[in-house]
Write a protein that binds this ligand. Structure first.
Ligand code: NDP
Length: 294
C-alpha cells in the first residue's frame, strides 16, 4: 500500500483551515509566520514559495523576509532578535542552507524556542529528548503523523533509521523510541513511540543485514537507490525521506519499483514525506500561536 503523503497533507490542511476559521470567527487574529531567506538558492526559493502557498491555503498570514547572500552574520542575528521580540509574529524560520560565512548553529541558537516552528533550536531538541512540551522539527513530525494516520503502530517494533542528521535522522529516532507521553497538538491519537530503534550511517557495517531485521525502515541518506529489495523484510513499512535529482527527475533513496513488491507500506517520492513536511510547519505555527501568542 502506498502511504499517500500528498493526500494526507491535503486532509490536514483542510482541518487546519477549519480550526483557523473558527479562531477568526471568535474575533481572534490569524496566526502569522515569517520566513527568512538569504541568497538566491533556487531549491530554497522553491521550498519557501511552497510554504507561502500552503500558509495562504489554510489562512496563516505569512511574510517573506529576503536578504542578499552577502548579509553579515550580525545583521541576520539582529533580524532574528527583532522577530523574537515582535508580538505579531507567532513563529518564524530561517531557511537553510545559509551562505558559508554565516554559522547556522549561531543563528538557530538565537531563535526563541517558542517561535521556533522548524523545531531546530537546541532548546526545542533538548525538550523533545526529555519528553517535555516542544515544537518537533517538521520532517520527523510529518513522518510520525503519516504513520499515525495509516494506523501503523510502532510499539515494540524494530525501526531502522538510515541517516543521523539533526533535522531528520536523530529527531525521528528519538520520537519513535520515546514513551508515548509526548503527544503533539493537532495530531492523530494513534499510539506512536515505544519502538526499538537502530540508527545507521555511512560507517555502519552490514547495513543490509540490519535492515532485514526491521519492521519499519526510515531512509534519510540522500543516496538514490540505497535501499534495495534484498534489504527489506516481507511486509515491512518503508519511509523514503530522500530527495535526489537524477536525470532531471526527483527520486528518493529507495528502489521504489522493486521494494514496493516486498513492503507492506511505502512512501513515494515525490508525494510522500515532502508534502507532510510542509504541512507540519503549518501545524507547528498554529501550535506556537495557541501556546504562546493568543
Ligand atoms: P545529511 O546529508 O545531513 O545526512 C545524511 C545521512 O545519511 C548521514 O548521517 C550519512 O552518514 C548517511 N548516509 C549517507 N549515505 C549513506 C549510505 N550509503 N549508507 C548509510 N548511511 C548513509 O542529510 P539530511 O538528513 O539533511 O537529508 C537526507 C535526505 O533527505 C536528503 O536527500 C534530503 O534532500 C532529504 N530531505 C527531505 C526532506 C523532505 O521533506 N522530504 C526534508 C529534509 C531532507 P554520515 O553521518 O556517516 O555521513
Amino acid at each position: 500500500m502506498i502511504l499517500d503523503g500528498k493526500k494526507i497533507a491535503a486532509e490536514i490542511r483542510g482541518e487546519l483551515r477549519k480550526q483557523i476559521e473558527a479562531l477568526r470567527a471568535e474575533g481572534k487574529r490569524a496566526p502569522k509566520l515569517a520566513i527568512v531567506i538569504v541568497g538566491n538558492n533556487p531549491a530554497s526559493e522553491t521550498y519557501v514559495n511552497n510554504k507561502l502557498k500552503a500558509c495562504a491555503e489554510v489562512g496563516i498570514e505569512a511574510v517573506k523576509i529576503a536578504y542578499t547572500a552577502d548579509i553579515t552574520e550580525q545583521t541576520l542575528l539582529a533580524e532574528v532578535h527583532k522577530l523574537n521580540d515582535d508580538p505579531s509574529i507567532d513563529g518564524f524560520i530561517v531557511q537553510l542552507p545559509l551562505p558559508g560565512h554565516i554559522r547556522e548553529t549561531t543563528i538557530l541558537s538565537a531563535i526563541d524556542y517558542r517561535k521556533d516552528v522548524d523545531g531546530l533550536t537546541p532548546a526545542n531538541v533538548g525538550r523533545t529528548v526529555q519528553g517535555l512540551p516542544s515544537i518537533v522539527s517538521a520532517t520527523p513530525r510529518g513522518i510520525r503523523e503519516l504513520l499515525a494516520r495509516y494506523n501503523i503502530q510502532t510499539e515494540g517494533k524494530h525501526v531502522v533509521v538510515i541517516g543521523r542528521s539533526n533535522i531528520v535522522g536523530k529527531p525521528i529516532a528519538m520520537l519513535l523510541m520515546q514513551r508515548p507521553y509526548l503527544s503533539l497538538p493537532n495530531m492523530s491519537a494513534a499510539s506512536l513511540g515505544d519502538a526499538t530503534v537502530t540508527i545507521c550511517h555511512s560507517k555502519t557495517r552490514d547495513l543490509a543485514a540490519i535492515c532485514r531485521t526491521a519492521d519499519i525502515i526510515i531512509v534519510a541518506a540522500g543516496s538514490p537507490g540505497l535501499l534495495t529489495a534484498d534489504m527489506v523484510k516481507e511486509g515491512a513499512t518503508i519511509i523514503d525521506v530522500g530527495i535526489n535529482r537524477v536525470d532531471g527527475k526527483l527520486v528518493g533513496d529507495v528502489d521504489f519499483e522493486n521494494v514496493s513488491r516486498v513492503a507492506a507500506h511505502i512512501t513515494p517520492v515525490p508525494g510522500g514525506v515532502g508534502p507532510m513536511t510542509i504541512v507540519s510547519l503549518l501545524q507547528n505555527t498554529l501550535q506556537a500561536y495557541n501556546e504562546h501568542s493568543r
